[in-house]
Unconditional design. Structure first.
Length: 159
């Protein structure tokens, strides 16, 4: 059992590490709730919204890469991309190096959705601006490391 979890899977807050884990868990739960609200507000499913965010941050991506990031089968990701493309959230273009594949790009319609997200999260800018440069570097390093760890967990085969 994780030393920071008690028998009811709640985070202990009797040490700094436990406080950090609890704060991170609360942030994550709040972010998931916000994502669900934004998806509903924009008419997207949560999977579609996650795909759009991956396309915005790391795109263009192949359909296979989209599927890996959203954890969908090839058939399901094809349907997801069809829906995004049909609603103006994504476009497909021929892959420049692999004529058997395509690249999926985010579109200005999708940018409107991201703009809505940033409007909701705009208040975080003031919090970020209040950090010193070393604090910003520490937070960036922490989030980058946590993201890399989560990507590894996501990539593990389910069984």
């Amino acid at each position: 059992m994780d030393k920071n979890l008690d028998s009811q899977d709640t985070y202990k807050s009797n040490d700094v590490e436990g406080d950090l884990m609890a704060a991170f868990a609360r942030y994550n739960a709040t972010l998931l709730t916000l994502s669900a609200h934004l998806a509903a507000d924009t008419g997207l499913t949560l999977s579609e919204m996650v795909a759009c965010e991956h396309l915005r941050l790391d795109g263009p991506l192949t359909p296979r890469e989209v599927g890996e990031r959203v954890r969908l089968s090839s058939g399901a990701v094809t349907s997801l991309i069809d829906r995004l493309e049909g609603r103006g959230f994504a476009t497909r273009t021929p892959h420049p190096k692999d004529r058997r594949s395509v690249l999926v790009h985010y579109t200005p319609q999708e940018q409107r959705v991201v703009g809505r997200l940033y409007a909701v999260l705009g208040h975080l800018s003031a919090e970020m601006a209040s950090l010193s440069e070393p604090e910003k570097a520490a937070v960036t390093g922490f989030l980058t490391s946590m993201t890399a760890g989560l990507i590894e967990v996501i990539a593990e085969p389910q069984g």
